[in-house]
Design a protein around this ligand. Structure first.
Ligand code: ATP
Ligand code: MG
Length: 428
């Protein structure tokens, strides 16, 4: 036998047994974004490398150590997208979507980061995200936080904490950077090599460090408060008051700076205590400078991204059921019945009941083995085509989820009978 080839480390399959949870997340997310009038946008998985260097920021973990960058056969440097925002902004600028227009978009798909794989941290993972463009006011910040809260509520996830901070504007951060540089320079001996590296280039990012040895030092670091302009202060106060008015609890976290470079003013993160150290399931905020930085006319913007794998782990940890995606019914047929006849009946049932999930047995087999396959796929009903039934223009119906007996009905009545059975079984 030839040697088997395994999947790439940190890049995983999503097997069919995980479908119910994924289906629920995908359904609830797209329904919730639609509830707020967001339009779906689909951008490519690969972009020119400079898009992320400029769009995410040179002095970030993503650009410094996590990107999958390669040279293609034309000699172009391409990168598998590590996040969704840069591509959405590029598409908006390229197609003129931001001219005299406000836009609200959502996206989803795989993202790629070369990180150390562990629970909740993979090299290919999936995000859902939203972005709104053209609105500078705090109402959109509030809308998006409310939308994320609604999404979690609809999913059935509880116990998340919303952390909130403001990063002010780049000008306001200049003074703050200096204050941080001074503070961390006086404690230079306690910094790790990553933080030393960030000290000159982007000292705010030291606040984002996950090194537990730095926790105390970071806790005592100066905060941005005193450098905020009145406009930034008002913006933030309005966001806080808006959330309170909607009954959305939050905790102010002055250390929340987010890993990405491009945020301005509002930043937030939803965290859980149920997943261990990979505790952030959603993060976002305002990024008024990014469209300009990527060559567009200056356009205010705000967005967030959710980590699908972490949300699904959280659903599992909290016992949230997934969507039912198993076949409703499984067609079992005696091998004396021509398969064309079985197919014709199955196709007819699908014509009449378009939402019926019907799996037809293939490859013959005894009744016993066909029943086994029906059970294994999670179907609730077996539809049985025995010789006698077919001759009489009838079909057998047997619930698989309990010991109830098989009934036999006129084929013409089957759609109505199947529907009635499924309704009854769904109530059990
Ligand atoms: P973390 O601090 O955990 O590295 P991050 O700040 O890098 O997260 P973002 O870039 O804000 O994450 O991405 C948004 C969400 O995507 C995160 O809140 C998380 O749920 C998810 N996420 C980020 N990186 C990964 C990964 N490598 N594997 C799985 N999910 C991830
Ligand atoms: Mg990260």
């Amino acid at each position: 036998m030839a040697e088997t080839i395994r999947s790439v480390r940190g890049i995983n399959d999503v097997l069919p047994d995980e479908n119910p949870a994924w289906a629920r997340l995908e359904r609830v997310a797209s329904e919730t974004f639609a509830t707020y009038g967001y339009d779906r946008i689909r951008t490519p998985i690969m972009e020119h490398t400079p898009l992320f260097e400029r769009g995410v920021g040179e002095a970030t973990d993503i650009v410094e150590k996590e990107m999958y960058t390669f040279t293609d056969r034309s000699g172009d440097s391409l990168t598998l997208r590590p996040e969704g925002t840069a591509g959405v902004v590029r598409a908006g600028v390229e197609h003129g979507l931001f001219h005299n227009a406000t836009q609200r978009f959502w996206y989803s798909g795989p993202m790629f980061r070369h990180e150390r794989p562990q629970k909740g941290r993979y090299r290919q993972f999936h995000q859902f995200g939203v972005e709104a463009f053209g609105q500078a006011g705090p109402d959109v910040d509030i809308e998006q936080i409310a939308m994320s809260a609604r999404l979690f509520a609809r999913l059935g996830i509880t116990g998340l904490e919303l952390q909130l901070n403001t990063l002010g504007t780049p000008e306001e951060r200049t003074a703050y950077r200096q204050a941080l540089q001074t503070y961390f320079s006086t404690h230079r001996d306690r910094l790790d090599s990553d933080s030393l590296d960030r000290l000159d280039r982007n000292p705010l990012r030291i606040l984002d460090s996950k090194n537990p040895d730095l926790a105390d030092l970071i806790a005592d670091a100066p905060t941005l408060d005193m450098h905020l302009s009145e406009a930034s202060r008002n913006h933030f106060d309005t966001v806080c008051a808006g959330l309170t008015a909607l009954g959305i609890d939050y905790r102010l976290n002055p250390r929340l700076v987010r890993g990405l470079d491009y945020y301005t003013r509002t930043v937030f993160e939803w965290v859980t205590t149920d997943l261990g150290s990979q505790d952030a399931v959603c993060s976002g905020g305002r990024f008024d400078g990014l469209v300009g930085r990527l060559g567009g006319h200056s356009t205010p913007a705000t967005g967030f991204a959710l980590g699908s794998e972490r949300l699904i782990q959280l659903m599992e940890a909290q016992g949230v059921p997934g969507d039912d995606v198993a076949p409703h019914a499984y067609v079992i047929a005696a091998d004396t019945i021509p398969s064309a006849e079985v197919t014709r009946i199955a196709e007819w049932l699908r014509d009449v009941l378009p939402s019926l999930r019907l799996r037809a047995n293939a490859g013959g087999g005894s009744f016993k083995s066909q029943f086994k396959r029906a059970d294994r796929c999670g179907a609730r009903l077996a539809l049985i085509l025995g010789e006698a039934e077919v001759e009489a223009g009838r079909i057998g119906i047997k619930p698989l989820t309990d010991a109830r007996e098989q009934t036999t009905v006129e084929l013409a009545d089957a759609p109505q009978q199947v529907t009635a059975w499924l309704d009854e079984l769904a109530l059990d």
